[in-house]
Design a protein around this ligand. Structure first.
Ligand code: XMP
Length: 319
């Protein structure tokens, strides 16, 4: 029965012993796990830690700014931000297959990360936000037990190409323990208790081919949805909620004219393990507010729909 403070103290000591005076590199994504590793390693190692944050152009609204604000300005962590939006968009152009898009995004991330790592001198260790369920999952997939429907790129890939020793201070912890550590380390609660966000980001929430125009529209619609969920108290009652961009045009009437604009789908689910999920029974008034705001405040969207599919058979993400 350890307290978060004791776990931190213990891990700080272990990391210091493992790393000594040498340097550690961490890929910071803005997600809970890598954020907690960053805060923990910063406490243990200070300037011996360098984080690389790759902006792939498929992040949520203001996400890059928030990461820099929290870690660089607020906590004084050394963070290199790489603006790789154009590079990701170029690689993704013309590709509409979901698994192919995932592979491109994962591989491009590794390329960009490797390049940045190569510019930093004297790196001996690579830190990763691997948590206990990841360890179990990748062990299971090696023995062929896991049914891998989608190629998650959170674990694997990097260590082989980097030839660095691994630092994985969260390896023995469950998600709720990681969150409690994050709070204890001073991370903002809304970062630590954020819904999960897939590695390929908005790349799997823009159906089919990815374009910057689509990503920009989706970011704004998603931000409105999340803002209203938080305002109404529903954010914490749902396990994951987000907007999806549908690349189809639907008719809308604006003044005297008819316009064909894009369609946004809203998805919100309740789940414990993300293997099965029920669509969240959000109040009609809330859905009405979100829909009105998206259609009235944004250009380019004429219609909003709510996804009432459960998993199985529908997955949580649309791709
Ligand atoms: P699905 O859509 O399979 O999602 O019901 C289950 C959970 O996994 C997340 N997800 C991903 N996470 N890379 C990730 O890191 C991916 O490619 C990916 N696909 C789905 C999804 O957001 C949900 O939490």
């Amino acid at each position: 029965n350890w307290t978060p403070a004791q776990i931190i103290e213990d891990q700080v000591a272990r990391v210091r012993e493992q790393v000594g005076e040498r340097h550690v590199l961490l890929g910071l994504s803005g997600g809970v796990d890598s954020s907690v590793v960053a805060a923990l390693l910063h406490r243990a190692l200070g300037d011996q830690l360098t984080c690389v944050f790759v902006d792939n152009g498929l992040l949520r609204k203001d996400e890059g700014e928030q990461v820099m604000e929290t870690f660089s300005r607020h906590m004084g962590v050394r963070v290199i931000r790489v603006d790789a939006e154009q590079r990701f968009l170029d690689k993704l152009r013309g590709e509409s297959d979901p698994e192919a898009k995932r592979k491109i995004i994962g591989n491009t991330f590794i390329e960009v990360f490797d390049e940045e790592a190569g510019k930093i001198d004297n790196v001996d260790f690579l830190a990763q936000g691997t948590i206990y369920p990841d360890v179990i999952e990748s062990a299971a997939s090696k023995t062929g037990k896991a049914h891998v429907i989608k190629s998650h790129h959170n674990v694997g890939g990097l260590p082989e190409t980097m030839k660095l020793k691994l630092v994985e201070p969260l390896r023995e912890l469950f998600k709720d323990e990681v969150r409690r550590l994050g709070v204890e380390l001073g991370l903002p609660a809304d970062m630590v208790y954020r819904h999960p966000f897939p590695g390929p980001g908005l790349g799997v929430r823009i159906l089919g081919e990815i374009k910057k125009e689509y990503a920009d529209i989706l970011r704004d619609a998603d931000a409105i949805f999340i803002e209203e969920l938080r305002r109404s108290g529903w954010y914490d009652k749902t396990s994951q909620a987000f907007a999806v961009f549908l690349p189809v045009k639907s008719v809308g009437v604006v003044g005297d004219g008819r316009r064909y604009e894009w369609v946004i789908a809203l998805r919100a689910v309740e789940t414990v393990d993300f293997m099965t999920a029920r669509w969240a029974h959000l109040p009609y008034e809330l859905l009405e507010t979100v829909s009105n705001r998206i259609i009235n405040e944004m250009e380019g969207v004429s219609r909003v729909t709510y996804d009432v599919s459960s998993k199985p058979p529908a997955t949580i993400e649309w791709e």
